[in-house]
Design a protein around this ligand. Structure first.
Ligand SMILES: Cc1cc2nc3c(=O)[nH]c(=O)nc-3n(C[C@H](O)[C@H](O)[C@H](O)COP(=O)(O)OP(=O)(O)OC[C@H]3O[C@@H](n4cnc5c(N)ncnc54)[C@H](O)[C@@H]3O)c2cc1C
Length: 355
């Protein structure tokens, strides 16, 4: 596009004034990590449908994996910092933020919240360091929005459990060392830590994605996998346990979408200023300006929303729902067109060539 100047943020309402020096500094560090270490290769990864796993340990060193999780070896930072990190990661690519969200909110957080001391000490330090990778298996081929209908079943066999079932559309499936897996048993929904290499446990990639291409997505298959009782997350009881993990992840996703929208706006603005038609930059035409103003308005509203959510969570106020984060006011609002709505109605198959 010709413009090579670095991204300096989008901040029409001066939200920067509300951040501490530490928050601004961490945001800058992550922004430069994305610029220097991730963006140079993202086009190739997107085209090839791969994730740059070699960055995992570097992300761990920067405290990007489970930043707000409290446990052995975890960064133990604030939720606002976690949000800012997700914003910057998703400015690079949704696949990068997804990787961090799954590792932190969907693997480390449930281990810290529902796991035994032994599970926490065994897994959290290496997951935080990015030297071990995790995934979260809830969705099944026939049960996405309604995980309560899951068919994956764990039956007792002496002191062990025997796990059977299939999870589909699982981020990090093919690279994970450990999978947090949710299953039904006679007493309700329970969770397990299933390790790669266990007999009967296999993974397969999902091909043909049109979106989230720079992300490892796959299937988890459990065929009579024998699990000791020590693999079960002892404090996870019922469907509310996996749903609480999703809530934790949604917080980071809300910030991430703001980062993606900031990048879209910045890219569109740069292009509109440089691209000339009828002898002047297209940014000088009011119809183009209207598009940019609408984007900036939605971004500004969303920035206020996620910042307040972060501050509330840092004050221990968790019961505020992620208020209509997918509804009016969300930066994706402008996507409600005839092309995107039918795609969304398909859920996961809507992002691939599977139908
Ligand atoms: C790239 C990618 C990565 C993913 N990673 C993971 C992962 O790591 N772990 C994991 O467990 N899952 C993962 N998922 C699965 C994801 O969580 C599901 O796609 C999601 O739960 C929705 O399920 P579904 O796609 O089967 O859609 P469906 O449940 O079939 O829904 C189809 C449509 O109907 C709408 N709908 C459904 N029920 C209602 C209702 N009651 N009211 C109004 N609308 C409704 C939905 O919003 C959607 O638009 C991933 C999906 C993708 C695409």
């Amino acid at each position: 596009m010709g413009t090579t100047s670095r991204f300096t943020g989008v901040d029409f309402y001066h939200f920067d004034r509300n951040f501490s020096d530490e928050e601004r500094s961490v945001r800058e560090t992550v922004r430069r990590f994305v610029d220097d270490r991730f963006l140079p290769d993202i086009k190739q990864h997107f085209r090839e449908g791969t994730f740059p796993l070699e960055l995992a340990a570097e992300m761990g060193q920067l405290g990007l994996l489970g930043p707000a999780v409290k446990g052995p070896g975890c960064p133990g930072l604030s939720y606002t910092l976690y949000g800012l990190m997700c914003q910057e990661l998703e400015r690079g690519d949704s696949g990068l933020r997804s990787f961090a969200s799954v590792q932190g909110s969907l693997v480390m957080w449930p281990i810290a919240t529902y796991g035994s001391q032994e599970q926490q000490e065994r897994w959290l330090p290496e997951l935080a360091a990015g030297t071990k990778i995790g995934c979260f298996g809830l969705t099944e081929p026939d049960h996405g929005s309604d995980p309560g209908g899951m068919k994956t079943f764990a039956r007792r066999d002496g002191d062990d459990w025997i796990l059977n079932g299939t999870k589909l559309w699982i981020t990090n499936a093919n690279t994970a060392d450990v999978a947090v897996v949710w299953a039904r048993c006679d007493e309700g929904v329970i969770g397990f830590l299933v390790e790669r290499g266990m007999e009967g446990f296999s993974t397969n990639p999902v091909h043909g994605k049109f979106s989230l291409r720079a992300s490892d997505t796959g299937e988890l298959v459990f065929d009579d996998v024998r699990l000791p009782e020590s693999s079960r997350l002892p404090r996870a009881k019922g469907l509310k346990a996996p749903l609480s993990c999703l809530n934790e992840a949604r917080y980071g996703i809300a910030w991430g979408v703001v980062g993606a929208a900031m990048d879209c706006y910045d890219t569109a603005l740069r292009y509109a200023r440089e691209r000339e038609q009828f002898g002047k930059p297209i940014a000088s035409f009011q119809l183009v300006q209207q598009k940019l103003v609408t984007m900036l308005t939605e971004i500004t509203k969303a920035q206020g929303l996620v910042l307040q959510l972060g501050r509330l969570k840092d004050d221990g106020i968790n019961e505020v729902p992620l208020l209509r984060a997918r509804g009016p006011g969300y930066p994706g609002r402008g996507r409600g067109d005839g092309r995107v709505q039918p795609r969304a109605a398909h859920g996961q198959p809507g992002i691939g060539d599977h139908l």
